[in-house]
Design a protein around this ligand. Sequence first.
Ligand SMILES: Cc1ncc(COP(=O)(O)O)c(C=O)c1O
Ligand SMILES: N[C@@H](CCSC[C@H](N)C(=O)O)C(=O)O
Length: 396
Amino acid sequence: MDSEPSTPSTVSTSSRVNDCDISRYRTATELVHLDNGESGVRDNYNSSSTPIYQTATFKQNSATEVGDFDYTRSGNPTRSVLESHLAKIMSAKRAFAVSSGMSAFDVIARLTHHLDLTNPAILYSYLHPTRTRLVLLETPTNPLIKICDIPTITSIVHERCPNALIVVDNTMMSPYLQKPLRLGADITYHSGTKYLSGHHDLMAGVIGVKDEMVAEKIYSTINATGCGLSPFDSWLLLRGIKTLAIRMDKQQANAQQIAEFLEYHGFKVNFPGLKSHPQYDLHFKMSRGPGAVLSFLTGDTELSERIVESTKLWAISVSFGCVNSLISMPCRMSHASIPAAVRAERGIPEDLIRLCVGIEDVNDLIEDLYQALVNSGVMKYPNGNEMVQFETNTNY
Ligand SMILES: Cc1ncc(COP(=O)(O)O)c(C=O)c1O
Ligand SMILES: N[C@@H](CCSC[C@H](N)C(=O)O)C(=O)O
């Protein structure tokens, strides 16, 4: 039986809506009174019912100041209010809300490992004919935009471990640009949060398999873990997919021009649409386009921060694949949860800037990037202080 607090003391009158300490009340009272303030979630309108924050991402003021939320998988205000309420009613230090009770169990059961698969030769020694069950790769990689050779890796793995499955994370390309199952993979999956939905208003994952038995196992797991996408998010995703090709065509055309602009000005740019990319030919053997994510180096982490923070049109935000353009510093943002030593081991430079290009007029995007580079002291306008205006296909 709960040990209940004694008679509630006087409720403060300084701010009726926010200062009521629910924990002083009995459980039955506690259950029905949400204390939004305690979850840390600000609600400027004092809504009686918690608002639904239907967003995948949250914009930042700078690369280093991550606000209360950056990405809905990591945290969402609506979920935070729920989790804080759950913690209180369960007398827990912290509580978590996942998509089902079986998902909660599944969360506890996962472990991962890492290998650089851009060099398939090293793979052989790690494979065990019977114990290796699954090889997971991503191409292009995020955020270094390295390319993995799907057909070569597939044939090495299938030869050495006939029962192992090759899984390809195809999020960077989308099914419009690359189809890993046609290149030998057994399973492909995407973060549907990115290009498939295209508007950063939902979180989703999609999985494609080519073997019926594997498909049955995956169905059973989804059924048993209860992680199937909600109807509303399925509807949103269906709507997003209809414009995938037109979005992707525009986004990658914009990205190509931006990559050329940066390379022209002497930056080391990672983008498979540039002939200078060491795996340009390999990429285009597998894909019909370069995608719209690129990264570049400045040689100085503080300078990178200044550039990111000097942009006006580009949102400082994690994620990619959205119709609006995003700029980020992976080591401070999307990849900050990887310990610095591990990031260094994997060759992710601290000064790396990632650009996720949207569908805006590319001239506006380049002009904004140009002014950010000038204002952060890296470049000068050719005519002194005069802002440069671009027209597509002019010289940079
Ligand atoms: C390449 C790639 N795959 C998978 C994921 C995971 O997707 P989600 O954030 O939708 O869970 C991400 C981003 O988090 C990603 O960048
Ligand atoms: N805080 C999140 C960051 C999400 S990263 C989202 C996306 N994959 C990207 O590369 O931007 C986390 O820790 O996962």
